[in-house]
Design a protein around this ligand. Sequence first.
Ligand code: MV4
Length: 449
Amino acid sequence: MFEKILIANRGEIALRIHRACREMGIHTVAVHSEADAKAMHVRLADEAVCIGPSRSSDSYLNKSAIISAALSTGADAIHPGFGFLSENADFAEMVESHGITFIGPTAAQMRKMGDKITARQAAIEAGLPVTPGSPSLDTLEDAKTWAQKIGYPIIIKAKDGGGGKGMKIAFSETDIEEAYTMARAEAKAAFPSDVVYMEKYLQNPRHIEIQILADKYGNVVHLGERDCSIQRNNQKLIEESPSPALNQSQREEIGEIVRKAIAKIGYFNAGTLEFLFEDGKFYFLEMNTRLQVEHPVTEAVSDIDIVREQIRIASGAALGYEQKDIEFNGHAIECRINAENPETFTPCPGTITEWHAPGGLGVRVDSEIYSGYSIPPFYDSMIAKLIVHGKTRNSALMRLRRALEEFVIDGVSTTIPLQQEIISQAEFIDGMYNIHWLEEYMRKRNQNS
Ligand code: MV4
């Protein structure tokens, strides 16, 4: 096992990784920017290294500064967390070439599953269901031909796209020229490549993702699904497991398909397969080759410490259990609490004058915040994750309502009032929502006010 892990991240996820290390008897090295000198992850770690100025590009994205910090402190592994360098294959390769273990998949696995077109191809070969789609489109004529073949509506996506950028929908042949031209132009401006491809557009899907763990010896387990359909502008706000939309046989069926596919692909460490789910059918979208923000809901229902498993797998340990050994219990819901204007969703940095996090049975708060902490303006606006666990969805929901009410955050505005509102809507209570529900709900609400 590793003796010392460098945590190449900040905020609540840096704390989360530190906690797993501590419980495994592993020493930790925090890295931080100048703006984060007083951050909680720096205070808790055994050692801390300043890796540069406040802007992410000068610090948390500075590959050589991070590797130097690992070498000078004698860390034998690096955990990248999420965001920043977590899905950067060049970084993973650089880390390994210095004799340090990257806690995650190999650079080759990241490249294969990180590129939308190669991931789609690998998914098809591994037996995952996908939407009808095209290979890369070279010309407008190509786009027209494929749209005819697939049938409208279609969606054009950038090969390197993310966060919904470079995606254009065409409902009929009238829209295709604009969709194709705009998608390529947006891709060219935003991504390394302007290559685009096409898929059948699903109009009212849910976003359901499957968490997997795989060791280096071909053992794969899935940890069930998370329903992440409550989102706005590609920002998830509430996630839950299990999904209220799935029955037990659908859950087991997709879990088995994913398990077999991952074994076939030869991927290891933790990963998440994103699907759209519509009319009882799953369609693979993409794979995230990293730990995800919403992993705690899965930890709550599976009782498996995903970060601990990532570290064990990276060190060469075998999983040591099989699918049949994993039990799912109860229902978990997470709220991502962001310091932002809940109406406009613009970040709201500032000083937290008072902080009181909820507690009690079935309540988990992952956060780096303390009273008097100043949120720097340079990074993501998420300041806490509230995760509740109950025996049933209804008891989890009652607990969430209670915990949100207990939360005291003064000095900045947060998403809490919006989350309280969402969870009191009949559609949410009934589990009847899809990826468009929140935006439609807010549009209607703002029209009426
Ligand atoms: C889609 C889709 C409908 N049909 N693909 C958005 C982000 C990117 N990861 C994929 N996205 C979508 N792909 C087909 N064929 C609808 C979306 C989509 C979406 C997906 C998941 C969560 C929220 C979303 C919001 C808008 C659109």
